[in-house]
Design a protein around this ligand. Structure first.
Ligand SMILES: [Ca+2]
Length: 495
């Protein structure tokens, strides 16, 4: 049984063991030689709320993303990349610091990343890199560790957005995704070519309220986008607090989301199906623009003969519900929200068309980049480099289970209860302990803590909560022990 193979404490977080394995596997020496021994350029492209199942490389049924797909086709597609807290600001902080929310202090959208903390950009500067951060930052304080930054204020806007640099604010004409790519290209063109670069190019799209560029305003017009098979989920057997979540397509979409008034006679399933077509088309139109702009950056690397020796990544800060379970948005630990797309190419060392099913986390990104730079991850980083995994040399003690925690307690918009859980290859156990707000906006103190358990082997869509099924009691008990251990090892404590 998988539980017997769950990763042990000493191996998952032990820095010395990690370094030992690294040297034993010889990965840095072999891969380092790929670029004439020089650290590679790293182009990290991240979008906002772009779910893997809206990328054709991940088998999307609803759109095509040829440029993003190329990164995977020319490198590795990770099928099991997960975020440790499925929401914008915390995931960004986890990526930068290599730490869980409870370590880096960014638990919710309301928290700022303390600029005095160490992060991957600061470490890469120490390794001789020039660093830049362009696009959506969303961590309140000014970026630290970047030689250049040009960021959106907060969420930013889609059309004619303001950007902030060290010199101040400036409004620009154009569409946000085009501008972010343009500023990235500008920086690449005037960089110091004698140093390797680390560029974080962070798209705002396709975040709510899904405002497409003019050129794609009519893309998908007259088409019916396939619905997910559980669009009309009514949450039978699921936690009551999940059924009460206010991320339901139709019911909880605003006019800003849908851009039209809701027909007064529409309700229930009909309303959900109607709203799905509207919001998903706008979402996909925004994705199309991100894809175009990924193509522009890839084209630049090729034209400048930088492509072979550059590490290029495409990911998103978390997943997103695309009508799955009748939801939009994220926050919950269900697959569509938990999973991040993660495509990486590095032709000098990675075999094209590779597929990897190892469980990697957003806290692993920083240690991996540092590994490419030939620099050991500092002790405080909790993630682990997956550089050996890229060439099929997955360490024998690689994690078999992951820990997740969403901290927001009283979100007046989405009513998602705070929750934490564990996911293994086969199972998922989730504990909902936060109290959602009631209809009146007041807390509902009667809401008790609840559990959900899913067997992902025969229920990958997480429709059957088997927490109380007698058949699974011993597995649930083992998972609870494992969850507690992961929580403790990562330095967190129970609710
Ligand atoms: Ca996000």
């Amino acid at each position: 049984m998988e539980n017997n193979h769950m990763v042990s404490s000493a191996t998952q977080y032990g820095g010395s063991r990690r370094n030992f394995l690294k040297s034993m596997l010889g990965a840095p020496a072999v891969l380092g030689a790929a670029n004439g021994g020089k650290p590679p350029n790293i182009l990290f492209i991240m979008s906002d709320d772009h779910a893997a199942h809206a990328i054709s490389a991940y088998g999307s049924r609803i759109n095509r993303t040829p440029n993003i797909d190329r990164i995977g086709a020319e490198g590795v597609r990770f099928n099991n990349c997960f975020c440790t807290n499925s929401i914008c600001t915390p995931s960004r902080a986890a990526i930068l610091t290599g730490q869980y929310s409870h370590r880096n202090g960014v638990y919710t959208l309301n928290d700022a990343l303390d600029g005095t903390r160490n992060n991957v950009a600061k470490e890469l500067q120490r390794a001789g890199y020039q660093t830049a951060m362009i696009g959506k930052w969303h961590l309140k304080n000014d970026p630290a560790g970047f030689d250049y930054w040009n960021i959106l204020p907060g969420q930013g806007v889609y059309h004619n957005p303001e950007f902030i640099t060290a010199e101040g604010r400036k409004k620009h004409s154009g569409y946000v995704s085009d501008l972010i790519a343009e500023f990235s290209l500008d920086w690449l063109k005037r960089r110091d070519a004698s140093k390797p670069f680390f560029l974080m190019c962070h798209h705002k799209a396709p975040h709510r309220p899904w405002e497409p560029p003019v050129k794609y305003a009519h893309l998908f017009d007259g088409q019916t986008i396939p619905e997910p098979d559980n669009l009309l989920d009514h949450y039978e057997g699921r936690a009551k607090s999940v059924a009460a979540v206010q991320m339901k397509v139709g019911t909880n979409n605003t006019k800003t989301d849908l851009k039209v008034d809701r027909p007064p006679d529409l309700e229930g399933d009909a309303l959900r199906r109607w709203a799905y077509q509207l919001y998903i088309k706008d979402y996909l139109r925004c994705v199309q623009s991100v894809d175009d702009n990924v193509g522009r950056l890839l084209g630049f690397l090729e034209a400048e003969k930088l492509a072979r020796d550059a590490v290029v990544i495409y990911t998103s800060d978390q997943g997103f519900f695309l009508g799955d379970h009748g939801f939009f948005d994220k926050r919950l630990m269900y697959e569509e929200s938990l999973r991040m797309p993660f495509l990486i190419r590095y032709p000098a060392a990675i075999k094209p068309g590779s597929v990897n099913n190892d469980m990697i986390l957003n806290i692993d990104f920083a240690p991996t980049f540092l590994d490419f730079a030939g620099r050991a991850a500092p002790q405080e980083m909790q993630g682990r480099s997956f550089r050996p995994n890229l060439t099929g040399r997955t360490p024998r003690d690689w994690r078999k289970a992951m820990y997740y925690r969403y901290w927001m307690h009283n979100d007046p918009d989405h009513h998602v209860p705070a929750n934490y859980g564990i996911r293994t290859k086969e199972y998922k156990l989730i504990y909902y302990y936060g109290k959602p707000l009631g209809k009146t906006g007041a807390f509902e103190p009667s809401t008790a803590a609840e559990w959900e358990f899913y067997d992902l082997r025969d229920d990958p869509r997480e429709m059957k909560n088997r927490y109380s099924d007698p058949k699974y009691q011993s597995i649930v008990a083992k998972l609870k022990v494992e969850l507690e251990r992961l929580q403790r090892e990562s330095g967190d404590s129970p609710a």
